[in-house]
Design a protein around this ligand. Structure first.
Ligand SMILES: *Cc1c(COP(=O)(O)O)cnc(C)c1O
Length: 491
């Protein structure tokens, strides 16, 4: 009995009325440009009231809604209540702002919806490879190094540490697995290293106890003597030290470890040298400050991102690996449905790995385009000046704080992060901790600025991390005035 096929009119997700959809798209772009142009006059942060949360409850829509109404909903319930990191006075944690060209590039990348990962001979992959070459060039890394554009520095740390594990374990980790480790491996980082290091180590099966968190000195850099002692101690116990993770800028204070000293210790101890440069790697392009990250180019793997300090739209990160073979060995896996031989010999006879041979993801978006277009639009010299400008602004803010009797710096500024607190001689530390937490909240709730708070030496400080190409000195003048005013009001 033949089955009846109902010949319904076929459907698509493309618009029925292209002209109307085009007009809506133009309107969205105009609104986005108006918004960005007037950003400075808007509150940094607007908390989402309960009715906004309530708006996002309910079942999936079974039927269609007009596209224009969906956009209206976006404008009303979504657009005003985001985190605000595009604003000139957003300095919470360490966050980037985005660029106008980056926004356009995201639109273009979405328009072709190119998958970046497979196949070698495609323009989108050439763009990614060129952005990687630019990163190597700008950060002083050898051109023969390998690399990958990632979704951020957490992914970059995971990939870098994964290559380190496979290269240093001394047995076939990919084949035999961590349960067959002949010798227990240990890794080292400072107490101030980012949580993504620990997460990567947990995911890679080392267990967090294998990560030795080394105490820091008074500048919150890894204590080199304590590090050497820990390595020696582990060796004496029959363990296998395989990797030291250096911080090129910590999230709390932008402390930069002594990277040359760490590279020397790695050479002596036959350890892999991984650097987390999420906060500070781009210091390398600021003419007056690049000496601060000297030694970074000696890392075996270097993780950083372009969505904090290169100001690009989230997400985009990068990892560079000095030994290209080790990088590929850690991730290459060619199945029949992804067959590309030993590389792609189809066109030139040259062994060209797929980008998916260099990381854990197969299908990836075309993140490199926004980097390529924005860096071309502005040039690297201007980028160097902007990085320098942010560091100068941190020093400017520190001077304002030092000049104000109501304010106190946590420690001298080392890079682009300033930690300080409102203080009064008649208040104890516990009261000041609460007060500064409240000041943080008031700054946010009143839409003035966004700073976060950190705990340094058991005290709460306001944390201003400047990875913002829109900030001006006047914004820091305002911040200082407002912190004092709110502090006086609340104290
Ligand atoms: C932000 C940050 C990370 C994580 O990077 P993401 O891009 O947010 O995944 C890692 N290390 C440091 C020092 C950071 O500041």
């Amino acid at each position: 009995m033949s089955r009846q096929i109902e010949l319904l009119a076929e459907e698509t997700l493309d618009p029925k009325e292209w002209e109307a959809m085009r007009a809506l798209g133009h309107r969205m772009l105009d609104d986005a440009m108006d918004y960005l142009e007037s950003l400075r006059d808007r509150p940094v942060w607007q908390h989402a009231p309960p009715q906004v949360k309530a708006h996002f409850e309910g079942p999936p829509p079974p039927g269609p809604e007009p596209a224009g109404e969906v956009y209206q909903e976006y404008l009303r319930y979504i657009h005003p209540h985001q985190i605000g990191n595009d604003h000139p006075r957003f300095w919470g944690w360490v966050a980037g702002t985005g660029t106008v060209m980056g926004m356009f590039a995201e639109l273009l990348a979405a328009s072709t919806n190119a998958i970046s990962g497979s196949f070698s001979y495609l323009s989108n992959n050439y763009v990614e490879l060129q952005v990687l070459d630019w990163c190597k060039d700008l950060l002083g890394y050898p051109p023969t190094a390998s690399g990958l554009i990632t979704s951020g520095c957490s992914a970059s740390n995971l990939i870098g540490l994964s290559v380190a594990r496979d290269a240093m374990a001394g047995f076939d980790v990919r084949g035999r697995g961590m349960q067959n480790t002949p010798q227990q491996m240990t890794l080292y980082c400072s107490d101030e290293a980012h949580s993504s290091i620990q997460k990567a180590i947990e995911m890679l099966g080392f267990g967090k106890d294998a990560l030795r968190r080394i105490p820091v000195n008074e500048s919150l850099q890894i204590d080199l003597e304590a590090l050497k002692a820990a390595i020696e101690n582990d060796r004496a116990k029959g363990l296998l030290p395989i990797c030291i993770v250096g911080c090129a800028g910590t999230t709390n204070t932008a402390a930069i470890d002594d990277l040359n000293a760490l590279a020397d210790i790695c050479a002596e101890e036959r350890c892999w040298f991984h650097i987390d440069g999420a906060c500070g790697a781009w210091t390398a392009i600021a003419p007056r400050y690049r000496h601060l990250v000297a030694g970074m180019e000696r890392a075996d793997s270097l993780a950083f991102d372009l969505h904090k300090w290169m100001y690009l739209q989230y997400p985009i990160g990068c990892v560079l690996v000095r030994n290209a073979k080790a990088h590929r060995r850690a991730f290459s896996l060619t199945t029949t449905y992804l067959a590309h031989g030993e590389g792609d010999r189809g066109l030139t006879g040259v062994d060209v790995p797929w980008i998916s041979d260099l990381g854990f993801e197969l299908s990836r978006g075309f993140h490199a385009l926004k980097a390529w277009m924005t860096i071309k639009e502005h040039g690297t010299a201007k980028y160097g000046r902007l990085i320098q400008q942010n560091i100068d602004q941190a020093h400017y803010l520190a001077r304002l704080i030092e000049a104000a009797p109501e304010l106190e710096l946590a420690l001298p500024v080392s890079l682009n992060i300033v930690n300080f607190r409102y203080t009064r001689p008649d208040l104890d530390d516990a009261t000041l901790d609460d007060l500064n937490k409240q000041i943080e909240t008031e700054l946010q709730e009143r839409g003035i600025a966004v700073a976060s708070t950190v705990t340094i030496w058991d005290r709460h400080y306001l944390h201003v991390g400047i990875a913002n190409h829109r900030s001006r000195r006047e914004d820091f003048d305002l911040l200082v005035r407002e912190v004092i005013r709110i502090g006086n009001e609340l104290a």
